[in-house]
Design a protein around this ligand. Structure first.
Ligand code: ARG
Length: 596
């Protein structure tokens, strides 16, 4: 079932071949929605240049060659050579009938199903997930949901920060407070507090050490200060010491419980199976360095092993290094990412890889991608994309923080969103049972926060404003959820009145036509969102769909309509709208409550 754009494109391309020759078979007819008709074909201007004729003459030639009889009325030439196209209402109705019979709601089966590895969420162990991680989690989850709907295989990779020098001090701190102490359980509820406490101890010990007051610093049982013990712990951990590894595992496990509490709260699809933290590449790092050096991709510079990827220069036009083994023998973030990308292509069979990560890491990823291409680990046939995530700002225009300056606790923020939504629904529907209001408040509160993340282009910053996120008007989750609830309520009333929907939606008046045209655009929109990783386009689509529904419902009453056939046909159109809205919201990871 082709969408109007695709159907028109095909007809115009056949016309180009007939009028101008086979070399014009792939010329883009540039079909765009039009404010003067339904669509316009804007190809005449470009073709005129290529053919050396006047655009209006070309438009006339196209018009003579194109066969649109079953789809549209005869197009009109306008302005310099636009062709305005008005679709036949019967054709739209026939397409809408097919759409409503289609379980996939017009989502085309992919020409070739791909394996897409999506790296998202990736918080750091023993540190609070902050709103920045919230955004990569929410955007990434919407991307995998969309890809799966399109028929691709999405492989989720949660590249958590579970390795590195901070683990020395974290392990020592955990040992000091006791592995089963109340303070240890902070890792499950407020991991940042645990991290800050360890950090404070470390910094104090270091400052004391630097001040030379060796007596004060001699505070450990073994006569060593906290900072030295932390440093020594990093070394024993990295050398594979069993006891250090055991405590490290305990620490990571506590943190995972925290992540999963957040994921549950957010209705995010990530599970333990998707964890592929930095530590999971440990046994690959040495091999990665060896292979890169043997292939001449990496070279020693100032004692460190570096790749100088082509095209990256720093100050004074000096080639910029990607350090993969420090002069002290340690590996870093870049080494792990090179191991990860090789694994994703070679072992996971990725056709595409997407990294949903903060925009600040752009240079890192561009260098990693280029280095991986130079190493032959990322063939040209595999697309690698950094889906850059912009910042979430507070009302002061700065990165969102609490008054004390610490980053805002994510769980507290989500709880506040649900509590605010609860006051909204309590006012809206005091008649509903308590448990149901609680569920609806969850769907609105969480949906509202997620939708705000999704509806802004992922690489732009936006201001966190709970009131706006939870508003019932505007491009918000509650507005769309309310639209669904309204259609469901019509459905319930129809059922009690014994009214059943027609097999095919009715498409006759202007509002019905406009709504049906929107519905036909669902599949192509989703396809674009999956190809370009742009959930905000799906949000914009659903918002205009809901608006088209409102206009339709004003123009075409359903239950109040006395003509039985009209009533059944309109009910079918409303219910098709409901299906598309619910499916689209689900691709975003937003639940639509049964009633509101
Ligand atoms: N843990 C990192 C951070 O919080 C993000 C990791 C992103 N993924 C990756 N493959 N580097 O900044």
């Amino acid at each position: 079932m082709p969408s109007p754009e695709i159907a028109l494109t095909q007809r115009f391309q056949s016309a180009f071949v007939a009028a101008f020759g086979p070399e014009y078979a792939d010329a883009d007819p540039i079909i765009r929605p039009s404010q003067f008709a339904d669509f316009q074909c804007n190809a005449a201007m470009g073709l005129a240049k290529r053919l050396g004729k006047k655009p209006r003459d070309i438009a006339a030639e196209i018009l003579a060659a194109v066969d649109l009889d079953d789809i549209a009325e005869t197009p009109e030439i306008a302005g310099p050579g636009f062709l305005n196209i008005r679709l036949r209402t019967e054709w739209i109705a026939a397409q809408a009938a097919e759409l409503s019979a289609d379980a996939r709601l017009g989502i085309p089966a992919p020409a070739a199903a791909q394996t897409v590895v999506v790296d998202y969420s990736a918080p750091n162990v023993a540190k609070e997930m902050h709103v920045g991680h919230l955004r990569t989690t929410v955007v990434g989850d919407s991307i995998v949901r969309t890809l799966e709907r399109l028929g691709h295989t999405a492989i989720r990779q949660n590249h958590i920060g579970d390795w590195g020098t901070p683990f020395g001090m974290l392990i020592e701190h955990l040992l000091e407070v006791g592995e089963d102490s109340a303070e240890a359980t902070l890792l499950k509820t407020d991991p940042n507090a645990f991290y800050q406490a360890a950090r404070a101890k470390f910094d104090t010990a270091e400052a004391d050490g630097a001040a030379g007051s060796s007596e004060d610093a001699q505070d450990g049982q073994d006569g060593q200060d906290f900072a030295s013990r932390a440093r020594r712990r990093v070394a024993t951990l990295q050398s594979g010491d069993a006891e250090s590894l055991r405590i490290w595992t305990h620490l990571v496990d506590l943190s995972k419980q925290y992540f999963h509490r957040i994921y549950d709260m957010l209705d995010v699809t990530l599970t333990d199976d998707d964890l592929a933290g930095e530590s999971s590449y440990n046994d690959q790092l040495e091999i990665v360095c060896k292979d890169l050096e043997a292939d001449g991709v990496a070279t020693i510079s100032d004692g460190a092993l570096c790749v100088f990827p082509e095209g990256f220069t720093g100050r004074d036009e000096q080639p910029l290094p990607l350090i993969i083994r420090k002069s002290d023998g340690g590996y870093g973030y870049a080494t792990t990412d090179l191991a990860a990308i090789r694994h994703r292509v070679r072992d996971l069979g990725a056709d595409r890889v997407a990294y949903v990560v903060g925009a600040a890491q752009e240079l890192h990823f561009q260098m990693v991608f280029t280095a991986a291409r130079e190493a032959g680990w990322l063939p040209e046939s595999v697309e690698a994309r950094h889906v850059k995530i912009g910042s979430v700002l507070g009302e002061d225009g700065k990165i969102l923080r609490t008054r004390s300056g610490a980053s805002l606790r994510l769980m507290a923020l989500l709880e506040e969103a649900v509590a605010t939504a609860r006051t909204v629904i309590d006012e809206l529907r005091p008649d509903l049972p308590e448990a149901e209001r609680e569920q609806i408040a969850h769907d609105i509160g969480i949906g509202g926060v997620k939708y705000a993340d999704l509806s802004t282009a992922h690489d732009s910053d936006y201001t966190f404003d709970l009131d706006r996120m939870l508003a019932l008007t505007g491009n918000t989750a509650p507005y769309l959820q309310y639209a669904v609830a309204r259609i469901r309520s019509i459905g319930r009333k129809a059922e009690t009145q014994g009214i059943t929907a027609a097999a095919a939606p009715r498409v006759e008046n202007g509002a019905e036509r406009a709504l049906a045209l929107q519905l036909l655009d669902f599949g192509p929109t989703l396809e674009q969102v999956g190809a370009e990783y742009e959930p905000h386009r799906l949000c914009a689509y659903l918002f205009s769909l809901a608006q088209a529904f409102t206009s339709f419902y004003e123009a075409s009453p359903i239950l109040k309509e006395s003509d039985e056939e009209l009533r059944a046909g309109r009910l079918a159109l409303a219910q098709l709208t409901e299906r598309v809205l619910v499916d689209g919201l689900d691709a975003l990871g937003v639940n639509a409550p049964q009633q509101m």
